[in-house]
Ligand binder design. Sequence first.
Ligand SMILES: *[C@@H]1O[C@H](CO)[C@@H](O)[C@H](O)[C@H]1NC(C)=O
Length: 275
Amino acid sequence: MVVYIRGLWIIAIAFWSVLGERSEKGSNKLESRVSQLLEWNSRRSVITLSSDKFNAYVRSKPRNYSSVVMFTALKPGRGCSICKDAYDEYQIVANSWRYSNDYSSKLFFIMVDIDEDGVDAFQQLHITTAPTYFHFPPLGKRKPEDQYDVSRNSYQAEPLTKWVVERTGVPVNVMRPPNYTLLMIWLPVILLAFIIGYLKRENLHAIYEPKYWAIASMAWIFVMISGQMWNNIRGPPFAHKDPHTGATVSIGLVLLTFIRYLHCVYLHHRCIWLR
Ligand SMILES: *[C@@H]1O[C@H](CO)[C@@H](O)[C@H](O)[C@H]1NC(C)=O
């Protein structure tokens, strides 16, 4: 009897310690995974993983972090012409998260390139086009919405971020580096105007002529109503969703026609003016 009870005890203790060890190992593994991801993330905002590492860090459980993964083919030989732009936009999203005040181990931005040991990962997820984006939630299974609809939303940082925020619940604000191109175009023009104004300062009585003011204001009005300005201010949407049917309509052509039309109106007015 005593031997029997002792045997039971030994079995119970052995079982308990195995269980304990296993759960401890599990959490250790989670902890080391999180700290490894944080370490990589401290060097790069987008973490590039091979198929093996993708399985070890993105898919293995348990986890307490979301991963957003871009599957891509950056090698020029692959002929993915938009992959480079998509990568730049993805980098903007990842940087916005990496340098935000809310940054934590809740969310990681990952990239798997088919030519950097990514073939297996592509096959596992049946991916045939690039770029493709997936969200891997911390708990539960992936839903259909956890795949980003590139053709409907474009790969631009803004819609991509909107999707990331929706899927992860983590606040991310896009921080786009400022665009210096416009400034570089306009700076010489403004400088030139100042220099000419300075050199001709004797003849400045021209600015009292109503004629010049009329020309300037007409020019201003034409620029403002030309639709180009509207595009500049608002940024043309890549595609526009029909509110009734929910179908995606590309409005590029419509806008182009509109701009052409305005140019005709403008030329017409100019002809009248010159006559
Ligand atoms: C996830 O778990 C690890 C290990 O327990 C912990 O260090 C980390 O802070 C957790 N992350 C979040 C977002 O809760």
